[in-house]
Design a protein around this ligand. Structure first.
Ligand SMILES: Cc1cc2nc3c(=O)[nH]c(=O)nc-3n(C[C@H](O)[C@H](O)[C@H](O)COP(=O)(O)OP(=O)(O)OC[C@H]3O[C@@H](n4cnc5c(N)ncnc54)[C@H](O)[C@@H]3O)c2cc1C
Length: 389
């Protein structure tokens, strides 16, 4: 079975500098200027062409092993790959196939599931979204109510998912559904693969604060999925879903978002003539130091991860520090732009006004997804500081 484009060489044999340089050159020469550091999720109609080009090069899955069509990168090289993408501001697409479904199927999937789905993720024919959260099951995900009941050779799914990022651009969804309501809530959940293009599924986009339709509600009304689309065994969905937390936990704490926002703030302050303003400088330097501290602590965790060590629960600190520093920079960005921040995108105030507002809106999001910051604080309190519950 051919799982993807054959790699032109074993990237892990290159020195880190050489590898970094090659990734950088490819991105600088090919990634469209218009889509660099865009402060919103790009739609598939916008960046689909780019990702198909990446797929043809065989670079879509840096985290997958070579034998499954990935780049087979060692952790240190994965971080460089990510770093270069963030440096140039490559936008994401509906990439749960690469980051979630692929790794899940490589770990838990049957050979038939791997053969059916992995090549189609690698050539962008299938794009996946995540059907976990529900109106009353976010942080407390195990309270989900969507059900899957066996009927002949299929499962019949009923329920309502929400905050499903980019579902309107996707062909498939992976779903956590209750398959045994009689047991402890985490135990009776299963992990299903579902085609979105079938009767009974309704995808309804939700407009966010910035006016973008970045996520959706997905309704399941007697939706059938063949029993061969159950992954990891019946009632084992919780374990399957949680099994990928590990190396990925570091990505969310990358200093790139605050670093980029700080650069944006620097440009804006120069245009506004605030370079020597002591009030501004006082706030600016505090943030600059916070970003430097974040960068230093990120390097510490990156070193643990890249040398094959396990990340402890204290890595939650990274997410809190990265996302809240980003928010504080976005706040000062808005304050510095003043009333001009309300101008429509494209009006030039030195820094595109639309970008100032977008940065402000976007900085709200990462404190919520991937486990809210309150949940991260709970983890630190219980598992690191051993505070009483
Ligand atoms: C941009 C974005 C994209 C997303 N994409 C997806 C997606 O593709 N698929 C998907 O399934 N979901 C997605 N989500 C949903 C996300 O996982 C949930 O929003 C998140 O888990 C929080 O759940 P909730 O919104 O129901 O809030 P709730 O869990 O109801 O929390 C509300 C507030 O209460 C606090 N809180 C809750 N429990 C506790 C506790 N035990 N201790 C202290 N404080 C607590 C929370 O921190 C929060 O401030 C996305 C969210 C965002 C913002």
């Amino acid at each position: 079975m051919n799982f993807g484009v054959k790699q032109e060489l074993d990237w892990n044999t290159l020195s880190d500098d050489d590898f970094r340089q090659r990734v950088r050159v490819f991105l600088e020469e090919n990634y469209p200027e218009d889509f660099r550091h865009v402060q919103r999720r790009l739609r598939w109609t916008e960046n689909g062409g780019w990702f198909r080009q990446v797929a043809k090069k065989g670079w879509l899955a840096p985290n997958w092993p070579l034998e499954f069509g990935g780049l087979g990168l060692a952790p240190a090289k994965q971080l460089i790959f990510l770093d270069e993408h963030e440096r140039i501001g490559v936008g994401r697409y509906a990439d749960h196939g690469i980051h979630m479904v692929g790794p899940v199927l490589i770990k838990w999937g049957t050979p038939e599931q791997q053969e059916k789905y992995l090549p189609r993720i690698l050539d962008c024919e299938h794009r996946w979204c995540q059907g976990y959260s529900e109106p009353n099951a976010g942080s407390d995900l195990a309270s989900l109510r969507t059900s899957a009941v066996v009927d002949g050779d299929s499962y019949v799914i009923n329920g309502h998912k929400i905050w499903t990022s980019m579902a309107q651009d996707c062909t498939h969804i992976y779903v956590l559904a209750k398959t045994d309501p009689s047991v402890k809530k985490q135990v009776g959940i299963s992990f299903f693969l579902v085609n979105l293009d079938q009767p009974g599924i309704t995808v309804r986009p939700i407009k966010n604060l910035a006016g973008e339709e970045e996520f959706c509600e997905v309704f399941f009304d007697n939706v059938r999925t063949h029993s061969s689309n159950l992954v990891g065994g019946l009632n084992n969905g919780w374990t399957v879903a949680k099994s990928l937390l590990g190396f990925e936990r570091i990505f969310i704490g990358s200093p790139k978002l605050p670093e980029n926002a700080l650069q944006q703030l620097t440009r804006l302050a120069e245009k506004q003539g605030l370079a020597n303003n002591p009030v501004f400088q006082d706030k600016y330097i505090q943030l600059q130091l916070d970003v430097e501290h974040l960068s230093a602590i990120y390097q510490k965790y990156a070193q643990i991860a890249t040398s094959g060590g396990a990340l402890g629960s204290d890595v939650s600190m990274l997410k809190i520090w990265a996302t809240e520093t980003y928010q504080r920079i976005a706040d000062l960005l808005l304050e510095t732009a003043g009333p001009t921040a309300a101008l429509l995108p494209g009006d030039d105030i030195g820094e595109s006004a639309g970008n100032v507002l977008s940065a402000y809106y976007n900085a709200r999001l990462p404190t919520i997804y991937s486990g809210t910051n309150e949940i991260q604080r709970d983890i630190i309190a219980k598992q690191v500081l051993n505070l009483p519950a």
